[in-house]
Design a binder for this molecule. Structure first.
Ligand code: FES
Length: 119
């Protein structure tokens, strides 16, 4: 008769063990182009937002948790609005001043890229 330890240690029986490295790869995935134009949103002063970095969110330009469920190794950019105002948030994920659009989406590199693929 086996002890409780054999049940709690599946590796001891030759079972494949899931390691954190398999769930959270060390090399993060690349961001993908979500859209090729920015989205204008009104940010409210004092409110915290999570801008999608991976480009896989269905709630662009904000995070919906896709980076986690698709195991990208990426994290959203959390920021707090300093004032209430309309802003253009990047959706091509190539901006040099995230989360705001800086016009990079007009470049040939972004315009030739497929939506849903990395740059
Ligand atoms: S949408 Fe990304 S730079 Fe404008």
């Amino acid at each position: 008769m086996r002890g409780v330890g054999a049940i709690l240690r599946p590796a001891a029986r030759g079972a494949r063990v899931s390691t954190p490295a398999r769930w959270f790869p060390r090399t993060p995935a690349r961001s993908v182009v979500a859209l090729k134009t920015p989205i204008k949103v009104e940010l409210v002063a004092g409110k915290t937002y999570r801008w999608c970095v991976c480009g896989r969110s269905k709630k662009q330009p904000f995070c919906d948790g896709s980076h986690f469920f698709q195991r990208t190794g990426l994290s959203p950019l959390k920021f707090k609005a300093q004032e209430t105002r309309m802003v253009a948030l990047c959706t091509c994920k190539a901006t040099q001043r995230p989360p705001y659009c800086d016009g990079t989406h007009r470049s040939e590199r972004v315009q030739k890229a497929e939506v849903g693929s990395p740059l």
